[in-house]
Write a protein that binds this ligand. Structure first.
Ligand SMILES: [Zn+2]
Length: 287
């Protein structure tokens, strides 16, 4: 059964580790992430962007697929199904469809409007026991066509949003979605430290986990980050493994064209990536 992300993140914050959010795109992605979490006895959050939700034929299809896998794969570790960077309307649709967690990204609104919409979602998710992530300060890079520059959040605004009763808070600390540019100045630990001091026990979320050096990840966890989002890294691993299979001509040998064979190297590559991240984040054996 899907669970809210609240308990797993409270435990992570107390235990000084982070739970990974791995975004899903299809059946192979979902199966690879769930099986790895189970093998490593780790809690896990499956992220679904609005674009990926559309791609997978809508939120209800996603809920049906994930719930079916939890049962047929005998997944017993805590699993949250989470809307990533949701609009207000998207969050409502996911609450209705059976997601156990949603993010409302109101970072592009003026703070007053971000607060008003977040407040309403605190009420709606609270009634159903669904966890809610809010965002202050836009994350840089591109996600579903939205491009941002990587702002640092205002710690006072973070406190205002945290005090509304959200479950977890994403604060921009110079992090970027997708690949990091060569001249990236790194995470702003000064901002993270200030946000953590203002928001206390609130689990903080680090978006754009792909390509952040391991020592920065560890430092971010020590400063209160309890959830780290990984998306691009699984995509790169899947693409590389699939390309190698094709380039080696393996699809031309025997029944190598069978999609169950063709997609297998990419599936295995996602498993390897997820395992590396869970080990780095410290969530192994924390289920
Ligand atoms: Zn993000």
């Amino acid at each position: 059964m899907l669970v809210s992300a609240k308990e797993m993140l409270t435990k992570a914050k107390e235990g000084h580790y982070a739970v990974g959010q791995f975004n899903i795109n299809n059946l192979e992605w979902t199966k690879a992430i769930l099986l790895t979490a189970q093998e490593l006895n780790s809690p896990v959050i499956l992220g679904v962007s609005e674009g990926a939700g559309k791609y997978m034929c809508g939120y209800k299809t996603v809920v049906g697929m994930v719930n079916g896998m939890l049962e047929s794969l005998n997944i017993t570790v805590p699993v949250a199904l989470h809307l990533d960077h949701g609009s207000y309307e998207g969050a409502l649709a996911c609450i209705d469809a059976g997601f156990s967690s949603v993010m409302f990204d109101g970072s592009h609104y003026p703070i007053e409007e971000n607060i008003a919409k977040t407040k309403e979602l605190v009420r709606l998710t609270g009634e159903k026991g669904i966890s809610l992530e809010a965002e202050v300060g836009a994350i840089g890079g591109e996600e579903d066509g939205v491009v941002g520059a990587g702002e640092c959040a205002d710690p006072d605004e973070c406190k205002m949003i945290a005090d509304l009763g959200v479950t977890m808070l994403a604060a921009g600390i110079g992090n970027i979605h997708g690949k990091y540019p060569e001249n990236w100045p790194g995470l702003s630990f000064e901002t993270l430290d200030a946000v953590q001091k203002k928001t206390g026990k609130m689990p903080l979320v680090l978006h754009g986990g792909t390509g952040i050096p391991a020592d920065m990840i560890k430092k971010a966890i020590s400063l209160g980050v309890s959830k780290i989002n990984v998306n691009t890294e699984c995509q790169l691993a899947f693409a590389e493994a699939t390309r190698k299979y094709i380039e080696a001509g393996k699809d031309l040998v025997g029944k190598g064209y069978d999609p169950r064979k063709l997609l297998a190297p990419g599936f295995e590559a996602i498993k390897v990536t997820v395992k590396e991240k869970m080990e780095l984040f410290g969530s192994v054996n924390k289920a």
